[in-house]
Design a protein around this ligand. Structure first.
Ligand SMILES: CCCC(=O)/C(O)=C/OP(=O)(O)O
Ligand SMILES: [Mg+2]
Length: 407
């Protein structure tokens, strides 16, 4: 019998946490146990959940509501199918609504994980496609795309590409629309990518936002790829992890997928409810097959605590998982002056990602991209940004506009 485990943080001022844990292990598996006749117990044993650990925390002088226990329960793989909806509903379906309890982590068994191919490219595969192995990558984001026609969209793409970015993603709010229908948008942007490559010599991946009804996702992905798309952006939480897994497991969809965290704020922020960010935007998106995972950085406009950021990165790159690593992409409100912090906190295996921080440059988006590349070069060379900016105008203007943060 193989087991997959779930770890919860349960808050309760009075509870007998060992009893609570036993109630979860039995309640979410066989339903009842002690009163079963012996013969039934022998038959049901293989379906019975097991309490693995109960770690009680009663901080000295804690205010009411702060007493908690971290509880780990093992669930027999025999109880559910090899898909993420089954694992999530088994381990945190009804329980997610039962008081102050947060799902901190899931450790699927090797048997369960054997059903998932995970990221098709991963960090190495993306770097190989770009031919860039010696520095962090740079991604830019379309800004103000709603209502743009194709020529304007193409020009906005070109200006980003001329700035030396490695990856360009649609904004997650760009859906099918009459002005920039999917195939036409892809053709226009890939054409602009080729034009920019003739000037910069740099390869580029464009992450087209994959949208539409779930029943059409595969078809729309293939339409985009047939039109030349070499990457897909996917709003994983609005569609579900299983939709992502289906796309990543489809050999006809042979392009990298970037998972966008839209809706994540409904799951991870509360210490008392929901799903930990490291599981939601780390382990689960990686198992489901995302090659990149975007999440709010610790220092931008939409902030997630640094320890949660680093826990996401650890989950995305955990070598104990038999899957390719997923690129961490700390995002939102990023500008060139934050590059020293990003590289200090995340190292080189990171994608620096910005929309406003590129398009908001005083000299325009191409200069914004160059400013980021200069900031990355400075940090990689061990130089202070302000020092490096003395003879790099785009970076100097970016620092004047946004400043530099070293802590
Ligand atoms: C966390 C996702 C970031 C995102 O989608 C986005 O559009 C960021 O834009 P900026 O904050 O960099 O302008
Ligand atoms: Mg966005």
């Amino acid at each position: 019998n193989t087991y997959s485990t779930a770890t919860y943080r349960l808050f309760d001022d009075k509870a007998d946490f060992a009893k609570k844990a036993e109630g979860i292990a039995v309640g979410l598996t066989v339903g009842s146990w002690t009163e079963l006749p012996e013969v039934a117990k022998q038959k049901m044993e293989k379906h019975l959940g097991q309490v693995v650990s109960v770690d009680v925390h009663e901080p000295e002088g804690a205010s009411p509501g702060e007493r908690y226990a971290d509880i780990t329960v093992a669930y027999p793989d025999a109880n559910f199918s090899r898909d993420l909806p089954a694992l999530l509903v088994t381990t945190f379906g009804k329980l997610s609504m039962d008081g102050r309890i947060k799902l901190l982590d899931l450790s699927p068994s090797a048997e369960f994980l054997s059903a998932f191919s995970g990221p098709r490219f991963g960090i190495k595969g993306i770097r190989d496609r770009l031919g860039v192995h010696d520095r962090p990558l740079l991604m830019s984001i379309f800004k103000s795309v709603i209502g743009y026609d194709l020529p304007n969209l193409r020009e906005q793409f070109l200006q980003q590409a001329l700035g030396g970015v490695d990856l360009i993603k649609d904004d997650e709010i760009l859906f099918e629309n009459p002005l920039t229908p999917l195939e036409k948008r892809v053709e226009a942007c890939i054409d602009a990518a080729r034009q920019a490559e003739r000037e910069t010599g740099q390869k580029l991946i464009y992450y087209t936002n994959l949208t539409g009804p779930t029943s059409k996702l595969r078809e729309n992905a293939r339409r985009a790829i047939d039109a030349g798309a070499n990457g897909l952006l996917f709003n994983v939480l609005s569609y579900g992890f299983d939709a992502l897994a289906e796309l990543a497991n489809d050999s006809a969809i042979n392009v990298p997928i970037a998972a966008h965290p839209a809706l994540a704020g409904a799951y991870y922020p509360s210490p008392y409810h929901g799903i930990a960010a490291s599981l939601l935007l780390g382990k689960l998106v990686r198992v489901a097959g995302a090659d990149l995972s975007l999440f709010p950085s610790p220092y931008g406009s939409v902030v997630m605590p640094k320890e949660e950021n680093l826990a996401i990165q650890a989950a995305l790159m955990d070598k104990s998982l038999p899957l390719r690593e997923t690129f961490p992409v700390p995002s939102a409100g990023i500008h060139p002056g934050l590059v020293p912090l990003i590289l200090r906190d995340f190292g080189e295996q990171v994608v620096v990602n910005a929309g406003g921080g590129v398009h908001g440059h005083p000299q325009g988006a191409a200069a914004g991209g160059r400013a980021f590349r200069q900031a990355i070069d400075a940090v990689m060379a061990g130089r202070e940004l302000a020092d490096y900016a003395a003879d790099h105008e785009e970076l100097r203007l970016a620092i004047e506009r946004w400043g530099v943060r070293n802590a």
